[in-house]
Design a protein around this ligand. Sequence first.
Ligand SMILES: [Zn+2]
Ligand SMILES: [Zn+2]
Length: 264
Amino acid sequence: MYIDAHCHLEEATYAEELPDVIARALEAGLSHFIAVGASGVLAGAHEAIALASRVPQVFATCGVHPHDAGSVTPSVVETLESLLRAPKVVALGEVGLDYYYDNAPRAQQRAFFEETLRMADRVELPIMLHIRDAHEDCLHILDHIGVPSAGGVVHCFTAGPKEAEAYLARGFFLSIPGVVTFKTAELLREAVQMMPEDRILLETDCPYLAPVPYRGKRNEPSYLPATAAAVGMLRGTTGMHVGMAASANTKRLFRLPCIMTSPS
Ligand SMILES: [Zn+2]
Ligand SMILES: [Zn+2]
């Protein structure tokens, strides 16, 4: 009944524990995982595709994180586009702009982001955005290049109602992380209260950002129900209800084949 719409299930993090991590999540009521392949320059993409081919409940995304936008060459762009056509790859991402860390020059981040928006249209996949301290530039680029026809999601959405409105108006889904349980996330909680139910996704972004009461621990998909419960509380409903709605939204956005559904 829950789907983790954005998780990093990497060997470097979970090593031989990964099968247990997945088993715990299934036990906690998760049915599927969107494994993000965007670390390194395509190493993560290959890893996510391999994981999706081994584990029936896992789907993959491929992208290059804005942190690494400075290392993107034309041949990386070409390889990325071909990886996106692999089986079980359901989105292009995470890609976008990160002006908080500024690990890559902003001009290069913007140029690659524009390239990925056009690529998403070519491969007919939704785009999965990572936007940190850069909403204004992101919206400007979206309006200039256009939102991909398969739509997209702002992953780890932690901004307020104003930014939520802007993305919703452009047809985006908003993926809510465990940050919604943090004391300081007042604006995010306001945004969560005004979002239409059919645009909400839930994610862990594990291994980071574990929700309360797991805050500070290594995050994992089995903690997702804590985030769902917090969102449910804010919206006057249950975590289970939010989980079901978010699952349906995730399936719709990423066009997950129903035939793969295997509720645990
Ligand atoms: Zn991210
Ligand atoms: Zn991520």
